[in-house]
Design a protein around this ligand. Structure first.
Ligand code: HEC
Length: 204
């Protein structure tokens, strides 16, 4: 009875030896990914985003108009800012809830904006005489599109995503490598033991 019990315990232990490392290897990246994605989605909800339906312009034409209407002289050829606010990633000016809201962009470009602290100039008004409705929509599509494409580098959200991705790949790769090495090692030990048995003490 006692012998059987020991034997049973032994088998049980062998079967479960992989349970804890495997659980850790799976749970760790899962918890990491879940935790970061939660943080990311919380931040995404709070960060500026265009209300999808309202952007109707042609971004490529908008880029041309941005140059020909003189926006580049204050906002830079790549929306990097200068005398005017940085437009990619778009700056959050005081009192503005969502600077990528097409309605806000339209109003600001049409009516202009008095200089906030830190600006030496005002945003001039571009009435329909300077900018047609279509040109206005195109420029808005251009600004929103540039912000979405992340041309100015990874946003914190994208950065967090890529971090989670590569850390998970790394953990999985290391788990696989450890598993392969362990298998190889076991086989090697078995081979050596057999060689020793068969060769009568000759070392392998
Ligand atoms: C004379 C310089 C000047 C020119 C030309 C100019 N801007 Fe501006 N723009 C500014 C300044 C300065 C501000 C920041 C105003 C403030 O402090 O509130 C601004 C703000 C803006 C904002 C709001 C940015 C934000 O972060 O909320 C948008 C959008 C904008 N400009 C678009 C344009 C477009 C499109 C054109 C061309 C049609 C243009 N601007 C031409 C100076 C300029």
């Amino acid at each position: 009875m006692a012998a059987r019990e020991v034997c049973y315990l032994d088998v049980d232990m062998r079967g479960r030896r992989w349970l804890l490392p495997t659980a850790i290897a799976v749970l760790f990246p899962a918890v990491l990914a879940g935790w970061t994605l939660t943080a990311v989605s919380a931040q995404e909800a709070a960060s500026p985003s265009p209300s999808a339906s309202a952007v109707s312009g042609d971004a490529a034409k908008g880029a041309q108009t941005f140059g020909s209407a003189g926006c580049t002289s204050c906002h830079g050829a790549n929306l990097e800012g200068g005398v005017g606010a940085k437009l990619n990633p778009i700056q959050k000016l005081p009192g503005v809830a969502n600077p990528l809201d097409p309605q806000y962009l339209a109003t600001t470009i049409r009516n202009g904006r008095a200089p906030d602290a830190g600006f030496s100039a005002a945003m001039p008004a571009f009435g329909p005489d300077k900018l047609s409705d279509q040109d206005l929509q195109n420029v808005i599509a251009y600004i929103v599109g540039q912000n979405k494409s992340g041309a100015a580098g990874l946003s914190p959200v994208d950065l967090a995503r890529s971090n989670v991705f590569w850390v998970s790949i790394g953990v999985l790769a290391m788990t696989l490598l450890t598993w392969l090495l362990t298998r190889y090692n076991m086989r090697w030990i078995a081979l050596r033991a057999r060689a020793r048995r068969e060769g009568g003490g000759r070392s392998a």
